[in-house]
Design a protein around this ligand. Structure first.
Ligand SMILES: [Zn+2]
Length: 205
């Protein structure tokens, strides 16, 4: 786990270096996970480190990419057509996202996260991300990345159901034997999620 975290933070540092022209500033008082502000010196991306910690590095990074989308697409100072701009920024982020970022964003949007009037509903954002995923990655099979990301989001929905099953065992059973049986079924369901995921990714290309 530690090594994974170190690798993730290295990737993170690398990503910042690549896009070093835009400063990224943590602000624990920001009322949102990330936002971009156009200043006379150029764009600045702010992010809330506390919300990012809760959301996880991949989702936080997807949100920062969304802000880079606004910058790269030249959305600038004008507040005209906010819904179209948010859709374009989501698409840009999806096109430039890593698999981990896509999976995190899809899992979040599929659960209805990230919804508001400007950005649309969670499922709308998920559909947009799926349509745009991988379309800008040089040397990365666009179809493949999108396919794998869909498999992952299906797996996470499946796993959530498996975990709900366990919670139901605790609620509904009044004997240890019942709980053991019920938990066994829930564990089987979780294993099936993983098998389905493997099959799903194997079928991707
Ligand atoms: Zn935006």
């Amino acid at each position: 786990m530690k090594i994974l975290l170190i690798l993730l933070s290295l990737l993170f540092v690398f990503a910042i270096k690549v896009q070093a022209q835009v400063p990224e500033i943590p602000n624990p008082n920001l009322p949102d996970i990330a936002m971009v502000q156009m200043t006379p010196q150029g764009p600045v991306i702010f992010y809330n480190p506390n919300i990012c910690r809760q959301a996880g590095p991949a989702l936080c990074s997807f949100y920062r990419k969304h802000e880079y989308g606004h910058v790269s697409l030249g959305h600038g100072y004008s507040r005209a057509m906010p819904q179209q701009k948010e859709a374009e920024a989501d698409c840009w982020a999806a096109a430039h996202a890593t698999e981990a970022e896509l999976a995190a964003a899809l899992a979040w949007f599929d659960r209805g996260g990230g919804a508001d009037w400007h950005h649309g509903s969670g499922p709308q954002r998920a559909a947009r991300v799926r349509a745009c995923a991988g379309t800008a990655g040089p040397g990365r099979g666009a179809k493949d990345v999108r396919c794998v990301a869909t498999c992952r989001s299906e797996r996470s929905t499946c796993e959530l159901e498996g975990r709900d099953g366990r919670a139901q065992c605790r609620r509904d059973c009044d004997s240890a034997a019942c709980r053991a049986d019920c938990n066994r079924e829930a564990t089987q369901a979780l294993n099936d999620c993983r098998k389905e995921y493997q099959q799903c990714t194997a079928d991707c290309d």
